[in-house]
Design a protein around this ligand. Structure first.
Ligand SMILES: C[S@@+](CC[C@H](N)C(=O)[O-])C[C@H]1O[C@@H](n2cnc3c(N)ncnc32)[C@H](O)[C@@H]1O
Length: 342
């Protein structure tokens, strides 16, 4: 039987040389930040370099060498924050991105991970640091992506305007669209010019009704009223434009701001781990069940835990034996439940 996980003890830049090319659909990791903390006393530890340039070079080397381990449609995800020195931000995430782009990676997204439970700063002149980046790169221009696995309903911001409507006010599909009314409305809108007074165009409620939607009812995906889905103005100079557009009933594309509270799994509270919810979102989007995921800075194995829970397979690397042991213990409890099909 093929083992569903492995955690290698050693320096990431050396250990990746022994792994097979093209094995991993995704590399997902949170490397040590520059000058933030010390995990042990090994001279190979990343994050303890004298200068930020040396740090960026050692980190970039790991990811550049690891590029060949990715499948052709594979992607690299780095959860990373910045460091301040004498009041100035060092721009670590974007300088790292520059180095990786120079090495051929495609820089796809710099997602903001907003930590809604972040601790506020007591500095007299700095804002509290409430986010980190999730840098998303792909090996080639296109990468495997499953948006359906991460679609969102409603407004992602908790305090947003579009609150979840009452169930009886939600309409899931069209009821008796009126073909003639749709044709009449289309004719009026298409023959309008920028000078046509708005009052002579059909109202957005009339448009929604023609398409079979109660204008005062709410969309189950974006929680807006259906009259808000109708357009009656010419948009720019385009001849073709939607006059009524419904949302994808499976949910919206998630935004590139992810609001996720920091949360450690039991027994690992004082270690710099990232939340399983965040890693799971990345894994669901970037891999298929049965795929291999790599974390070259595995720590206590959060990436692996999430990967096994979602039916993926995992290889982790860490410089310190105590982290490797702990990650193996964390992963073994998950591996027993793994059935390889989820
Ligand atoms: C931010 S922590 C990772 C935490 C991890 N995401 C988790 O959930 O537990 C960074 C890890 O990188 C490891 N590390 C530092 N330098 C390394 C190197 N050269 N090779 C491999 N691992 C290294 C540290 O021991 C630490 O466990």
């Amino acid at each position: 039987m093929v083992e569903s996980f492995q955690v290698i003890y050693g320096d990431a830049s050396k250990a990746i040389q022994s792994l097979p090319a093209g094995k991993f659909r995704a590399i997902i990791t949170s490397p040590p930040y520059y000058g933030h903390r010390r995990y042990g006393s090994d001279g190979q530890e990343i994050g303890r370099e004298q200068t930020v340039e040396e740090y960026l070079d050692s980190l970039a080397k790991v990811f550049v060498d690891a590029k060949k381990l990715l499948t052709d449609d594979g992607s690299l995800w780095i959860v990373i924050g910045d460091t301040r020195r004498r009041k100035e931000k060092l721009r670590v995430p974007h300088r790292l991105a520059d180095l990786l782009v120079r090495a051929g990676y495609k820089f796809r997204e710099d997602i903001i991970w907003y930590k809604k439970n972040s601790v506020s700063s007591s500095s007299p002149d700095n804002f509290s640091q409430a986010y980190e980046y999730v840098l998303f790169f792909s090996k080639n221009s296109r990468s495997y992506a499953n948006l359906d696995a991460v679609r969102v309903m409603g407004n992602e911001a908790a305090e947003g305007r579009n609150r979840r409507p009452l169930p009886e006010m939600v309409q899931f599909g069209p009821e008796r669209p009126d073909k003639e009314a749709i044709e009449r409305i289309s004719r009026i809108i298409h023959s309008s010019t920028p000078l046509t007074p708005l009052s002579s165009l059909p109202s957005t409620s009339e448009i929604a009704l023609a398409y079979g939607y109660d204008p005062e009812k709410f969309c189950p995906t974006c929680y807006r009223k259906f009259k808000r889905h109708a357009t009656r103005r010419r948009i720019g100079g385009h001849r073709h434009y939607p006059i009524f557009a419904v949302c994808n009933p499976n949910g919206k594309n998630p935004s590139n701001v992810w609001e996720i509270a920091t949360k450690a799994h039991f027994g690992n509270e004082h270690f710099a781990i990232f939340p399983e919810e965040l890693v799971k979102k990345v894994i669901r989007f970037s891999t298929k069940p049965g795929d291999w995921v790599l974390d070259p800075f595995a720590g206590r194995g959060t990436t692996g835990i999430a990967a096994l829970e979602l039916g993926r397979k995992f290889i982790g690397i860490d410089l310190y034996p105590e982290n490797v042991e702990r990650a193996i213990a964390n992963l073994s409890s998950k591996s027993n439940n793994w059935n390889g099909t989820k």
